[in-house]
Write a protein that binds this ligand. Structure first.
Ligand SMILES: *Cc1c(COP(=O)(O)O)cnc(C)c1O
Length: 382
């Protein structure tokens, strides 16, 4: 149960209409597993993303898993992935036998560095072992440097998987994220910008591939009068109840993006003047959904640290979070290759980074309390 006086990082924000969809599902007894809301939600997401096909799943992680299988990655196959991300970008691919090499962040996006990626490709070419896929991630809603990254992969014929779990509603050159790779996916986990409590969506222009993923996601049943299987699948489909919640949430997406962007702007206005503090950048080609407001604190200049700020917030019952710990620094990936961008940029973002409460339901007063608390940690104030 959510605690009443706690300020959460990114809590679910229902609009009210979600319950109508659930009632409709109850009324027609389309409880589970599939039903009309699932198909409608897929169609609506595909339209919103500007792709030909979409597949509603139990989680973003399930979508990552199926996208990796669709690229044909198997035991011993190399793949490249942004280091600065949540583990779910990588885990399912490693679980099917993929070998990751991690790519550092570029300072202008905090996302995959094109120059580090280029070095990784050159190494791969020299060793005669090319990656089977490149996983790009739109961190905290900020799109990757698509103009630079996509051609590097495209000219080598290496498919891109776009992890848009955090960037639902973000745009790059006016186009929605999730549609830039061969495969893309969204997450509707409880803390994301819109939610089905748990869920994900796989996106692609390749309708045949999505049909294959649909087959796998429902236990890979052959067309036969009995239960017959020529391959093994999964139980990964989203339920009709949750798809109803998703349909109502999707209608609110533009509003939620506007609200999160306004929250980010207020933080930047009130805290951006502090010396040693800098906010996550936004490309002039992009509109980030600003899923989470992220900033870095340079201790040498600020006279304080990200961890001290987090402690002060915790004392006020305010939830905050460090920036993701990069994959190349995770014990489980200690043997993996890493391509830095002029040093270790993602490591530095982790060392000094911080995410502030950013939920679209955050009240003005609560945000003011967060701001006051952050200011109280700075020796000289503003
Ligand atoms: C949330 C998230 C996922 C996983 O999505 P789930 O729906 O929680 O399985 C994958 N990648 C990133 C970057 C995420 O933030």
């Amino acid at each position: 149960m959510a605690e009443k006086n706690r300020i959460y990082l990114s809590p679910p924000h229902m609009g009210g209409k979600e319950i109508e969809y659930i009632k409709d599902a109850f009324g027609t007894n389309w409880i589970a597993p599939l039903g009309p809301h699932v198909e409608a939600f897929e169609l609506e997401c595909a339209q919103a993303a500007g792709v030909k096909a979409a597949l509603a799943l139990t989680s973003g992680t399930a979508a990552a898993h199926l996208s990796a299988r669709l690229t044909g990655i198997g035991p011993g196959d190399l793949f490249f992935c942004s280091s600065l991300t949540f583990v779910a970008s990588v885990a399912p691919i490693v679980q099917i036998g993929g070998i990751p090499a991690f790519i550092d962040s570029a300072p202008d996006t905090w996302n995959m560095s094109p120059s580090a990626l280029e070095r990784a490709f050159r190494d791969a070419e020299a060793s005669g072992r090319m990656p089977k896929a490149v996983v790009i991630v739109n961190l905290y809603g900020e799109p990757c440097d698509m103009d630079a990254i996509l051609p590097l992969c495209g000219k080598r014929g290496v498919p891109v998987i776009e992890d848009a779990a955090e960037s639902v509603g973000s745009l790059y050159r006016g186009r929605p994220t999730g549609a830039f790779g061969k495969f893309g996916f969204y997450s509707f986990n409880g803390n994301k910008i819109i939610t089905t409590s748990g869920g994900g969506m796989l996106l692609s222009d390749d309708e045949e591939a999505i049909a294959k993923a649909r087959f796998w996601s429902t236990q890979a049943r052959d067309k036969a009068p009995w239960y017959q299987h020529s391959e093994l699948g999964y139980n990964f489909r989203m339920s009709n109840l949750l798809a109803g919640v998703g349909r109502a949430q999707l209608k609110l997406l533009e509003d939620r993006v506007a609200r999160r962007r306004a929250i980010f702007e207020r933080y930047r206005q009130e805290l951006g003047g502090l010396s040693g503090v800098s906010f996550m950048p936004e490309s002039h080609l992009a509109r980030s959904n600003r899923w989470l407001t992220a900033l870095v604190v340079d201790p040498a200049i600020a006279g304080t640290t990200n961890l001290k700020i987090m402690e002060a917030l915790a004392a006020e019952n305010i939830e905050s979070r460090p920036v993701w710990k990069p994959m190349h620094l995770q014990p489980v990936f200690s043997g993996a290759r890493y391509y830095g961008h002029d040093g270790d940029k993602s490591g530095a973002l982790f060392d000094n980074g911080l995410c502030l409460p950013s939920g679209s339901s955050l009240s003005e007063e609560d945000q003011a309390l967060v701001i006051r608390t952050v200011l109280s940690v700075f020796p000289a104030g503003l």
